[in-house]
Design a protein around this ligand. Structure first.
Ligand SMILES: Nc1ncnc2c1ncn2[C@@H]1O[C@H](COP(=O)(O)OP(=O)(O)OP(=O)(O)O)[C@@H](O)[C@H]1O
Ligand SMILES: Nc1ncnc2c1ncn2[C@@H]1O[C@H](COP(=O)(O)OP(=O)(O)OP(=O)(O)O)[C@@H](O)[C@H]1O
Ligand SMILES: [Mg+2]
Ligand SMILES: [Mg+2]
Lengths: 281, 281
């Protein structure tokens, strides 16, 4: 069983890429096999992990334009795009050409399901598949949502950040009613968090209330929660991508590394408990 | 003479709206007449200034879809959309419908020049016209660039933020070679700035070098510079929009208010000196 998670938020600069890369790296260090799928034409996740843009041969772009057929046969082999970047950690890299995919696929009848077909053969190899979505609700993000089982929303504890959440969940809801009925929002990761401010506490309280009110309704975020710990603001997290390093390689004991390690442990534990419950007779 | 400035950056959450709103408010407090044009379907600038979305009658959306003709006549009257929100400060509000404008105007031959025609009659009323662009290089931002004389780029001093700058300037360059030959990038405003970190200093140094190398070329950013002061990170700036207030109303003496006031003084002085040079015989 594979935990396939789309990390999405249409707002820019909220911590999607930083979370995908460092959470994946932390899980890999725990011995879990993790695949990062870079769905953003900015290719920041690929850059962050040290993938040289010039060196990318087959990319996510090629896979989306020529995926395996519905029967799993044919198309470009996803294994050709796979880049093993760390022990237990691989990436399907993005390239700037990916920006063209949205218009090139605009009239294909199966345009939302392409990534799901690309990932199918990879599920038996990886325990966690994390998709880094671009800051939009366009076709690339929709492919992420159609291929995912879960959605995690990185966000900042700020008033203006709350304004976009409704629209985000509406998109997830539509996807759940259509192409992907199993889709759930498992939770929110608070990024660049400053717990000491009253503002941050109020925004977090607003989110808790929003989720509490959804508890007894049949909504995709009815069992969503705020992941802990929040990820504190820490300049080391902004510096490490410039060296193509994860925060654990760059500054193993800084607060950013501490927080992502703790978050990874919480996520791994949550997943193991779910698997244990599923395998009970 | 009117200073028409597009505040643009395709990256999200970098401080565009916070800068437009507080810089405009600071200039208004100095007695200058300022118009804020909200070009973002998120309508955060409108929200920030206390414009209730339900109360918006005529918006930027209506004006773009039915602008004055090339001769200045006809169309929806921009004065009908004008909302005076503070002494010396008005806004042309956005609404979520604005998101549809990009596709609705996609095949109109004059689709990039509509905002320029909307703003023409308003230039005799306002000394500063600030356009808050959405986080994209799409048609709304292009309308902002076609209507502007200057571009100011709010950005964060982070490695990943530098990655988008090249593409941004390329877009300005294309606009300058085509629809708007007078367009110049006057500068960059560093937002959410933490001067104490070496990382921020390195990113600022990179930008200074980039501009220095452009000095003796005929590029739209050849006389661009980094505005000072940088705007420090200050939670008051994130709190004030939730009350529909500018930072000066919310926390008049906080560091955020101090910085935007100083930036407004610097911009006003720069503009007055330019006007003085122009009027010299
Ligand atoms: N906890 C943190 N502390 C300090 N800086 C951070 C933190 N998390 C992210 N950053 C920095 O903030 C910026 C935005 O983060 P990131 O790129 O992860 O966001 P994103 O949501 O993926 O952005 P985009 O929408 O452009 O894809 C980056 O420069 C990143 O290095
Ligand atoms: N100097 C600052 N200190 C603290 N918070 C800030 C500062 N500047 C902006 N913010 C907050 O950061 C978030 C992003 O800022 P803002 O909305 O101005 O960016 P933007 O570039 O307009 O975003 P978008 O791309 O979504 O339009 C907001 O929640 C805002 O309140
Ligand atoms: Mg990203
Ligand atoms: Mg904005």
């Amino acid at each position: 069983l594979t935990r396939v998670v789309a990390f999405m938020n249409q707002k820019g600069g909220v911590g999607k890429t930083t979370t995908v890369v460092n959470l994946a790296a932390a899980l890999a260090e725990l011995g879990r096999k993790v695949l990062v799928v870079d769905l953003d034409p900015q290719a920041h996740a690929s850059l962050h992990l040290g993938v040289d843009a010039e060196s990318v041969g087959v990319s996510v772009y090629d896979l989306l334009l020529d995926p395996p057929g519905p029967d799993g046969r044919g198309g470009t082999d996803p294994l050709d795009a796979l880049r093993c970047v760390r022990p237990n950690l691989a990436v399907l890299p993005a390239v700037t050409d990916l920006a063209a995919a949205e218009s090139e696929l605009a009239s294909a009848p199966d345009r939302q399901q392409r990534l799901a077909r690309v990932l199918e053969p990879l599920k038996k190899v990886y325990e966690f598949i994390f998709m880094d979505c671009p800051p939009s609700l366009g076709l690339l993000t929709l492919n992420g949502l159609a291929a995912a089982r879960e959605v995690i929303v990185p966000m900042k504890a700020e008033f203006l950040a709350l304004q976009g959440v409704g629209k985000l969940f509406q998109t997830v809801h539509l996807m759940g009613q259509g192409v992907n009925p199993h889709l759930r929002v498992t939770g929110v990761v608070m990024c660049m968090h400053d717990e000491s401010t009253r503002h941050a506490k109020e925004v977090v309280a607003d989110l808790e209330r929003y989720f509490a009110e959804a508890r007894d309704q049949k909504l995709p975020w009815s069992s969503a929660r705020i992941y802990r710990p929040a990820i504190r603001r820490n300049v080391k997290l902004a510096e490490s991508p410039s060296f193509g390093q994860t925060v654990f390689e760059y500054a193993a004991d800084c607060p950013g590394a501490e927080d992502y390690r703790a978050l990874a442990l919480a996520m791994a534990k949550e997943w193991d408990e779910l698997l244990a419950r599923l395998s009970r007779p």
